[in-house]
Design a binder for this molecule. Structure first.
Ligand code: 2P0
Length: 338
């Protein structure tokens, strides 16, 4: 292997995404290949900024998240950097520093934006210049949902069939501007979740009696969501998204021991959102591996949804976001695209 010739450093920003048709379960834990496809929206207000600086003097990669070197994810970062070095024919290690503008590991998709930003910055720093599809496959190795954050707007992650994972990649379905929905997030617990997604998925696949039914049903939900997005059919997207979120949580609850990501405020928010929709407000919910509730709504409904969820006992914070762009390199000082 050659030592790295360039002087290279790069910064990238990637945004979190939330799945509307959920990913839960892997067909290969090493390459992180999903057992089901998924469909997501990329947000503009929740992001990770990551800087990769190649330093041939280093013996090991260094990883810092929000100023701390003892955080989680360091092993996955090193695995990913080792793959990218191999592609670049470089032996030079890197210093990686990453910042999230939102709580890490609390069901707000920090690993999605984190690994998408990492591969985008490392691609530039190591001079690879890979196309988005390849970056999506690399981001997936860090975290399944990160493959989707390479793209903006509405995104589909393909399960893929190949053993090497080259077809387990995301692709855009529609741009954010094509259908500018908004997201209201009701935060009820900022702490790191007790069972991470990776462990939760493995436990579910190994122990739930309903796992094969979940996998078998997914293509039909993906088709419904794809059609709803193409037709900008809010009611249809609401119906399939809520069904997918509830099925994922029902499945996780059916693992042994069962996984409980909801708290009391989560449940209350779901009832409030259903009540609002029954009153004619364009809103539906999704919930990931944590208690926060994400309400997806038409722009005209966002203020009313935020006010209603802020009034739910146990909700401590409301975050709001529009839909956002895919991962991109930025100037470190100005944060402008480069
Ligand atoms: C999703 N989640 O589709 C699902 C729904 C959470 C609930 O993808 O093990 O951090 O790194 O592939 O991507 C979160 O899981 O899991 C996730 P790994 P990841 O968004």
């Amino acid at each position: 292997m050659n030592s790295h010739a360039g002087s290279s450093r790069a910064s990238a920003v990637a945004h979190a995404n939330f799945a509307l048709v959920k990913y839960w379960g892997k067909r290969d834990a090493v390459l992180n290949l999903p057992d089901v496809g998924s469909i997501s929206i990329t947000l503009d207000a929740l992001w990770t900024r990551t800087r990769v600086a190649i330093d041939p003097a280093l013996e090991h990669d260094r990883f810092e998240l929000d100023g701390r070197t003892d955080g989680v994810g360091g092993d996955r970062v090193c695995t990913l950097l080792a793959r990218m070095r191999e592609l670049a024919g470089s032996a030079a290690r890197a210093r990686v520093s990453s910042t999230n503008n939102f709580p890490t590991g609390a069901g707000l998709a920090s690993s999605a934006s984190g690994f998408a930003a990492l591969v985008t910055a490392a691609d530039r720093a190591y001079g690879l210049g890979l196309p988005p599809e390849r970056l999506s496959a690399l981001a997936r190795i860090g975290s399944g949902s990160a493959a989707r954050s390479i793209f903006g707007g509405y995104v589909e992650m393909h399960r893929g069939m190949r053993a090497d994972g080259s077809d387990s990649v995301a692709a855009p379905l529609a741009e954010a501007e094509d259908w500018p929905l908004e997201v209201v997030i009701a935060v009820s617990d900022r702490r790191r979740k007790s069972v991470g997604s990776t462990e939760g998925m493995q436990r579910t696949a190994a122990t739930s009696p309903f796992y094969s039914a979940w996998v078998a049903n997914q293509p039909a939900d993906l088709a419904r969501a794809r059609e709803a997005i193409a037709a900008r059919d809010f009611e249809a997207l609401a119906e399939v998204s809520e069904a997918s979120a509830l099925a994922m949580h029902g499945l996780a609850m059916s693992a042994r021991p069962g996984l409980l990501y909801f708290n009391a405020a989560t449940m209350e928010c779901l009832h409030r959102i259903r009540q609002l929709r029954a009153e004619g407000v364009a809103v539906f919910f999704t919930v990931d591996a944590g208690p926060q509730v994400k309400a997806i709504c038409g722009p005209a409904a966002a203020d009313a949804v935020a006010a209603a969820l802020a009034g739910v006992p146990g909700v401590t914070e409301i975050l709001r976001s529009g839909l956002g762009a895919g991962a991109a390199c930025v100037d470190r000082e100005t944060a402008r695209p480069t």
